[in-house]
Design a protein around this ligand. Structure first.
Ligand SMILES: [Zn+2]
Length: 206
């Protein structure tokens, strides 16, 4: 998998502003593709071809596998949507400092028990054997979540500090003091809020 500390997911805010988030883990990338409830407004997986496109451009395959090499059946697509909810709940439990719910852990274990992506050496370069089945993608994502929940980075799963931003991330920074999904988005909004408060304060004292 590509370097967790640099791989960034492109997003667009409610106001239409483009920004990128370093999520810190492939399983977190996947929950950024949409979901139920409020997350439906980000939904980018509407049909099996959308999952193939996401997977082919994802860090799982170094962003370099044509979607035509990734086969997604309707059943696998439905499973992907279900796994995404499991991941969303699981990542949020970790962000709250809690253990993943038993039923969700059991679901992750089932997905992870299936064959994952098969790495290949091609002329000294790491690639992945194709064609790829969507079940391999789902297994790889579940294994990634299990490694996260069972490893030291579990303590680094957080939610953006902006009160109106639900985005989770894994803080892979050396000091471990990351607060925002993206400095260019919520960090700057916070700076602007602080500036406005300060200016108002100055006005009163003048
Ligand atoms: Zn945020």
């Amino acid at each position: 998998m590509t370097d967790a500390s640099t791989w960034a997911v492109p997003l667009r805010s409610r106001e239409g502003v483009a920004f990128t988030v370093v999520t810190g883990a492939a399983c977190v990338d996947f929950v950024y593709t949409g979901g139920l409830g409020d997350r439906a407004r980000w939904e980018s997986l509407h049909e099996p071809a959308d999952l193939a496109a996401w997977a082919g451009a994802s860090r799982l395959v170094h962003g370099a596998t044509p979607p035509s090499e990734i086969a997604v059946t309707d059943v696998e697509f439905a499973a992907a949507i279900e796994l995404r909810e499991v991941l969303w709940r699981s990542i949020n439990r970790l962000a709250d400092g809690e253990r993943i719910a038993r039923a969700d852990a059991a679901a992750l274990n089932v997905y992870a028990s299936r064959p994952d992506l098969a790495p290949r050496l091609d002329g000294g370069a790491l690639t992945f054997a194709t064609p790829i089945a969507a079940s391999q993608i789902l297994s790889t994502l579940a294994r990634d979540a299990i490694a996260l929940a069972g490893g030291p980075l579990r303590e680094r799963v957080r939610r953006c500090a902006a009160p109106d931003c639900p985005l989770p991330f894994v803080d892979t920074s050396r000091p471990g003091t990351r607060r925002w999904c993206a400095m260019a988005r919520c960090g700057n909004r916070d700076k602007a809020r602080t500036r406005r408060r300060t200016e108002k304060g100055d006005g009163r004292s003048a």
